[in-house]
Write a protein that binds this ligand. Structure first.
Ligand SMILES: Cc1ncc(COP(=O)(O)O)c(C=O)c1O
Length: 402
């Protein structure tokens, strides 16, 4: 592997322009957020995931705070994605039953009466691993079937974890975006329900619900921060694949705090940096990366931006970063072998990239210009989200052992 640490950063001049407070963000208003959180709370497995404070590291890097939200604890599934899949499944069933989601708890969805009303359903999805595991889990919990397709090169351990949730799952010989197309074809031919986070014409509802589902993370994190300091984070780093996770959090922050929201930094692997190249193109349109994307950040190896995510990011996200795999390796190792006093966090390839970036940028004068672009200084309070644990345990061990 090439050991060079490469970081490219581009800033979005439109992000702070008031005229841009507009449409898609309205789907992330207080009422929606409240409904999402309540739905998740109704799951017996629901617990807030921990927010770790890396005080020794923030002192060493010369910033006020570094907080890490650890999503490896989410519902015992080692990643955040179940929040989106479960909420989308819940909203879909609510719509089918003609009931408002606020009246539909997990308990109620499992009841014999509701099961009989719904009959047998099959949820279909494509995934690098985490989303599919979340959808398979939600379907299984509700007594329904799921079929999951994975792109070429997916880790066997991730496939097994999806099968353990009762799904019919397989690895294809296609890249991620073509696997999504295959899942859609399969669902059409077999009468399945597609639970996917890529927006295409006529398919916007489910991706929006998936994105709304992710807001539980930031809602919890801000509450946890408020219990410790009387201030918002100044920066939030968000890693992006199709961008649903990052855009959901950007939208939440824009909706809740308007122009005084934290600076949001979108992070992608350089082999799959579709948001970065779209911003760089400067024509306001999403652009795709095609072919295979050789990055260890499997969850971020998506070449086609979700349109809805792009609509939100181009108007509200402040900075876009493309970086090499070495950056996330730095993050994984730093979190696995923390400074004395800091908590150890098991963070996988797609989870640790934000921390790797912060450490690389602040610890190396070569990246002073990026630090300036991001407006990071000694008063910065940085929120990072480790979106997964060791979802590919073999690779995780190899990376941290070196
Ligand atoms: C661990 C992890 N982090 C981040 C992401 C990025 O999410 P999105 O595809 O919504 O951008 C993914 C996507 O699968 C993921 O698995």
């Amino acid at each position: 592997m090439n050991n060079e640490r490469k970081i490219k950063c581009i800033t979005n001049e439109n992000a702070r322009d008031e005229k841009y407070i507009k449409t898609p963000v309205r789907e992330f208003n207080k009422k929606n957020i409240f409904e999402v959180r309540n739905f998740h709370r109704s799951f017996p497995q629901y617990r807030e995931t921990p927010l770790q404070e890396l005080n020794a590291l923030s002192r060493a890097l010369g910033v006020e705070n570094i907080w890490m939200k650890d999503e490896s604890y989410r519902f015992g599934l080692n990643a955040f994605k179940v929040l989106g899949g479960s909420y989308a499944v819940g909203k879909y069933l609510a719509k089918r039953l003609n009931i408002d989601i606020s009246e539909l708890s997990f308990e109620k969805l499992r009841s014999v009466e509701i099961r009989n009303k719904l009959g047998d359903l099959t949820f279909v999805t494509a995934t690098d691993g985490n989303h599919g595991r979340g959808v398979a889990w939600a379907a299984g919990q509700l007594g329904q079937k799921s079929v999951v397709f994975m792109p070429k090169g997916s880790a066997e351990a991730r496939l097994m974890n999806i099968r353990k949730e009762g799904a019919e799952a397989s690895i294809t010989d296609l890249n991620y975006d073509d696997t999504v197309r295959l899942a859609k074809r399969y669902a059409k031919e077999h009468g399945g329900v597609v639970i996917q986070d890529s927006v295409k014409e006529g398919y916007t509802e489910i991706p929006t619900w998936i994105m709304q589902g992710y807001t539980t993370i930031i809602d919890e994190a801000l509450e946890q921060i408020a219990q410790r300091v009387n201030a918002l984070p100044t920066h939030v780093f968000l890693q992006a694949g199709v961008g649903a996770f990052a855009a959901a959090i950007v939208a939440y922050l824009a909706s809740a705090f308007g122009t005084v929201r934290p600076i949001t930094v979108i992070v992608e692997p350089d082999e799959a940096a579709c948001f970065f190249i779209s911003m760089e193109a400067g024509d306001g349109k999403p652009h795709a990366v095609t072919g295979f994307m050789p990055t260890i950040m499997a969850g971020l190896a998506c070449g086609e931006p979700c349109n809805l995510s792009w609509e939100i990011m181009k108007d509200y996200a402040d900075c876009f970063i493309s970086c090499s795999d070495e950056i996330t390796i730095e993050g994984m190792r730093t979190l696995a072998h923390p400074l004395p006093g800091d908590h150890r966090i098991i963070s996988g390839e797609s989870g640790a990239v934000g921390l790797g970036l912060v450490k690389t940028i602040l610890g190396n004068s070569k990246f002073d210009q990026v630090k300036e672009q991001l407006k990071i200084n000694k008063d910065s309070r940085i929120l990072l989200i480790s979106t997964e644990g060791d979802t590919d345990p073999e690779n995780y061990q190899r990376v941290i052992a070196e």
